[in-house]
Write a protein that binds this ligand. Structure first.
Ligand code: NAD
Length: 306
């Protein structure tokens, strides 16, 4: 089953722009809703309709819609720490308005949640049944708790109105169209390595991350759109590496002489992150195909742009 018309909120951002392109390629008419607070009109693929709007205000779109992909929300710590209230509004009210749109249009809606709902996890790897360990009042809580609210609201719409909802919990993803200044690990390391500057590792670098290439992730998001599963479903790459190891590999891939510099640990930075993707394998037939070595090589070839 294909979709006739999809609305992608946050379609001018990193993940959203790839989602727009993937849906377009499948013959779906795509409308992107974005206010460019962390995205750029340059990211929106040709052929995608553009509505410049803030999703924390009610959304009114004319015509039929059979799929809503809701990704609008600042996602990098640099962005959401700069705009804490705006982030809560985007993650909370934005999700309300996306759900109301899907309900009105009788559309399937996929909500981009995050591995951050697991906080600093006490269970490892993280399965969807784990309730998380989030500091509700720390600086990062504006993002984590907005996403947790978004999940609860999504479940409420499904229970009360029968809205066809799906929640995905996305783990760290990287690839082309990330901003080099957005503070996330891979673009930061690449820009430092390519400039010959020291790579800044927070703390001792023994904290782990699981990094998924955007092409794999978007395949998972599209599979979720086509399923009728409510989720939440983890989407991420279970290959777990320390942050220090990632820094070393980026230096190697870039052929750089940069050294590694340890800086202050980030507050509430999770120690370990690795998705259990058994559910995604079972209900979506999905798993990543691009390992970190290959993904970093591709990122270097593209210099994270294009
Ligand atoms: P991004 O910052 O590149 O993209 C977000 C987009 O949403 C931007 O274009 C921004 O302008 C837009 N936006 C934000 N608030 C808005 C608002 N109130 N109204 C209209 N537009 C708004 O981030 P991304 O990495 O592409 O993340 C996309 C989604 O995926 C987010 O919901 C994020 O929480 C989720 N996610 C991403 C990752 C990841 O590793 N990239 C991991 C977990 C979850």
């Amino acid at each position: 089953m294909g979709f006739e018309r999809a609305v992608v909120t946050g379609g001018a951002g990193f993940l959203g722009s790839h989602v727009c392109a993937a849906l377009l390629k499948r013959g779906t008419a795509v409308t992107c809703v974005d206010d460019f607070r962390t995205g750029s009109p340059d990211n929106v693929p040709e052929g995608v309709g553009l509505v410049v709007a803030d999703v924390s205000k009610p959304l009114d779109l004319l015509g039929p819609v059979d799929l809503v992909m809701h990704l609008a929300c600042p996602a990098s710590p640099v962005d959401y720490l700069r705009d804490p209230v705006g982030t809560m509004k985007s993650g909370g009210l934005g999700t309300l308005h996306a759900l109301e749109l899907a309900k009105r249009k009788n559309a399937r809606i996929v909500i981009a949640s995050t591995s951050e709902v697991y906080g600093d996890p006490l269970e490892h790897p993280q399965r969807e049944t784990y309730w998380g360990n989030v500091n509700p009042i720390g600086p990062r809580s504006v993002y984590d708790e907005a996403k947790r609210f978004g999940e609860a609201l999504t479940c409420a719409f499904r229970r009360e109105y029968g809205t066809d909802t799906g929640i995905v919990r996305i783990f760290n993803t990287y690839g082309p169209r990330m901003r080099t200044d957005d503070g996330r690990m891979i673009p930061t390391f690449f820009s430092q390595a390519l400039a010959g500057e020291p790579l800044t590792v927070h703390g001792d670098g023994s904290q782990t991350r699981s990094l998924c290439h955007v092409d794999d992730l978007v395949r998972g998001l599209v599979a979720m759109a086509h399923s009728d599963h409510p989720g939440p479903v983890n989407l991420g790459n279970p290959e777990e590496v320390t942050v220090l190891e990632v820094a070393r590999r980026v230096v190697e891939v870039c052929g750089s002489e940069s050294e590694i510099r340890h800086v202050e640990p980030m507050q509430d930075d999770p120690r370990r992150r690795r998705p259990d993707i058994s559910l995604a394998r079972e209900v979506l037939g999905w798993e990543p195909r691009i390992d970190l070595a290959e993904g970093l090589r591709r990122s270097f070839d593209r210099h994270l742009v294009g």
